[in-house]
Design a binder for this molecule. Structure first.
Ligand SMILES: [Zn+2]
Length: 369
């Protein structure tokens, strides 16, 4: 069971080479507007199968779009739903922690890139009391929130940029729903590798690129018009291509699978239906949006004690918390990401081999794989 490549598109010269393999041409399979910030082609690399925006966003564009999207999502989600999301992420962190314990892995220092509410890491901390957690984000609101709610150490930085003081420091690096947002995936993976101690672990989840780009692909195919990239994904991973990249950068897979298949059943990734097309672009004005809406952010009070005041969350009987969380978040059906079927890719990779020497004076774009 595997879907053959069903993407058709013109072979085009790219404005920027592929950030994984440096290929200079690719199949154009979409055109997207990122708010009113930028219009880019979506290009499928024939060599490494990576799909990404061309041209890619620069740091300032990413920061602006991320802030606009953060506000948009925050305001779109009801207060109750936000609290529930915190609780769900806490449970996922608990499950992840207990799965590590079952593997006899006991991390002490953790770095999370793009922590969101921080409740996943809080759940992990519940499973491993005393664990040290540092979070990295470019949005100061996110960092303040994480510090105030959970007392995590924070660093305001873009994961694309190398932070020298983090070298060899962490047992575990987490990037949940982050890799699809970064400008230069090769550089980010190299940085993560450098931040990890020998035998350290890298955990991520990221959407299956084929399904994730499908609506935009249909918009170009049927509508021949730009679609709006309101959810700011700039990378769309091929299951095999992502594994190859990680292997080339010095990682080996511990657990790599795809889970959740509702979207697949709806037709994403395979069904050529106009009903699945992405809405046409409205070029929403990011600056204006941020200016008008940013003030509304502070109105929701997050009371951590209240959010986690649940019968099954018991510091005195952590196994109950673990079991309850596992029942809620364990996915029975798992497929190899190399099939490119399913909504989400789960990765747990180990730093393997000798420490790689990275020359940070040379932009990663110009470095060989
Ligand atoms: Zn490529």
């Amino acid at each position: 069971m595997a879907l053959k490549s069903q993407f058709n598109g013109d072979l085009v010269d790219r404005e920027q080479p592929c950030t994984i393999c440096r290929e200079k041409t690719g199949r154009q399979i979409g055109i997207v507007d990122y708010w009113d910030i930028k219009t880019s082609n979506v290009v499928l690399c024939e060599k490494c199968r990576h799909i990404q925006l061309d041209p890619m966003l620069n740091g300032g564009e990413t920061a602006k779009g991320c802030l606009a999207y953060y506000i948009e999502e925050f305001l779109r989600t009801s207060r109750e739903e936000q609290f529930k999301n915190c609780e769900r992420n806490f449970r996922r962190g608990v499950v992840f922690g207990y799965q590590l314990k079952l593997k006899q892995i006991f991390p002490r220092s953790v770095l999370e890139l793009g922590p969101g509410s921080g409740y996943f890491a809080a759940g992990l901390q519940f499973a491993f009391p005393g664990i040290g957690i540092t979070v990295m984000d470019i949005n100061p609101e996110v960092l303040n929130f994480n510090h105030e709610q959970h007392g995590f150490e924070t660093i305001r930085e873009n994961p694309d940029n190398f932070t020298g003081s983090f070298e060899n420091r962490f047992d575990l690096v987490i990037a949940r729903d982050i890799l699809e947002h970064v400008n230069d995936i090769s550089k980010v993976v190299e940085n993560v590798h450098a931040y990890m101690k020998p035998n350290g672990l890298f955990h991520f989840i990221t959407p299956n690129g084929r399904e994730d780009i499908w609506k935009h692909y249909l918009s170009l195919k049927f509508g021949n018009a730009p679609s709006e990239l309101l959810i700011n994904h700039v990378n769309y991973f091929d299951g095999k291509g992502l594994k190859n990249l990680l292997t080339q950068k010095g990682f080996s897979a511990v657990d790599y699978h795809t889970y959740t298949f509702k979207t697949t059943l709806r037709g994403l990734g395979w069904k050529e239906s106009k009903a699945l097309m992405s809405p046409a672009s409205r070029k929403t004005q990011a600056d204006l949006f941020i200016q008008e809406k940013a003030g509304e952010l502070k109105r929701v009070e997050f009371n951590k004690e209240k959010i986690l005041d649940k019968w099954y969350i018991r510091p005195g009987a952590r196994w109950i918390t673990g079991l309850y969380s596992l029942v809620h978040h364990f996915s029975m059906l798992r497929l190899s990401p190399e099939r490119n079927i399913g909504h989400e890719i789960y990765g747990l990779y180990k730093k393997s081999g000798s420490k790689k020497i990275i020359n940070h004076d040379v932009p990663s774009a110009d470095r060989p794989l």
